[in-house]
Design a protein around this ligand. Structure first.
Ligand SMILES: [Fe+2]
Length: 259
């Protein structure tokens, strides 16, 4: 099952207003007018220094990095601007660079990330492509799973479904916390909509994504150490609590639930 709004023209999850082509055009214009700012470490879209979006020239296309929707320090103190700088500017950009290098000149260069992820999952000969495609998608989805002044509870139809499937928002958060805290090693915790139309909590290892099992991702928490170690060292639970209480974007989850 494909997550919300991914099309061939739109490789980045839920980038509803900005197709890949539009993004490339925008980014190209940004390179022309903002080379100095980019070199200084500004992403050109948010105030202050912070994570720099890799340009299409740097990632090598066709898959490129979307601008963050918030300022670099807007997620502090749960996630500092420094963590975001490394995570977005180095790790995420690196996955895109490696993916683009791997698919260049192949039919996959014209596919969407979900198409590549589903086509290469479980194929030992395509492990590298799968890992980088899934990590590229997972991170783009993760950036949108957070918002400044997030947390709280869902509303409307999503709240009703949460109550039907978990009994309460508190119980859902407890289960999501548990999945994120107990994922052994690197991986992800997810809120998904199953094929049975029930909301579930899952965890996956390394780059794995629940879409390969037919689930529709609604929200994710990155529990690779690079997501929290600079700010919380080995205290993963402090990061998860901060995510759930202050960053979780129910607005994003609701859009995916409705989409
Ligand atoms: Fe990550």
């Amino acid at each position: 099952m494909e997550t919300a709004k991914n099309t061939r023209q739109n490789a980045v999850p839920n980038d509803r207003g900005n197709s890949r082509r539009q993004f490339i055009q925008t980014a190209a214009a940004g390179v022309a007018v903002g080379a100095t700012a980019l070199a200084a470490g500004c992403n050109g879209a948010t105030a202050g220094p912070g994570p720099r979006r890799a340009t299409p020239a740097e990632t090598g296309g066709p898959f490129n990095q979307e601008k963050l929707a918030y300022a670099p320090g807007a997620l502090a103190p749960v996630i500092s601007a420094r963590t975001l700088s490394f995570h977005y500017g180095k790790h995420h950009a690196g996955y895109l660079r490696k993916l683009n290098k791997a698919v260049r000149g192949t039919p996959m260069a014209k596919q969407t990330l979900p198409e590549i992820i589903k086509a290469t999952a479980g194929n030992d000969a395509q492990t590298g492509v799968f890992n980088n495609a899934a990590q590229a998608w997972n991170h783009a989805f993760y950036w949108k799973s957070m918002q400044p002044s997030g947390g709280g509870a869902p509303t409307g139809k999503l709240l009703a479904q949460v109550k039907a499937d978990f009994g309460s928002v508190t119980q859902l958060k407890k289960e999501l916390f548990g999945a994120a805290a107990t994922q052994f090693g690197s991986g992800w915790a997810w809120l998904v909509l199953g094929a049975d139309s029930k909301i579930k909590v899952l965890k996956t290892g390394n780059a794995d994504n629940p879409m390969t099992a037919g689930h529709k991702p609604l929200l994710t928490i990155d529990v690779w150490e690079h997501a929290y170690y600079l700010d919380h060292q080995n205290k993963r639970k402090a990061y998860i609590n901060g995510f759930l209480d202050k960053l979780l974007s129910w607005k994003f989850a609701a859009a995916n639930f409705a989409g």
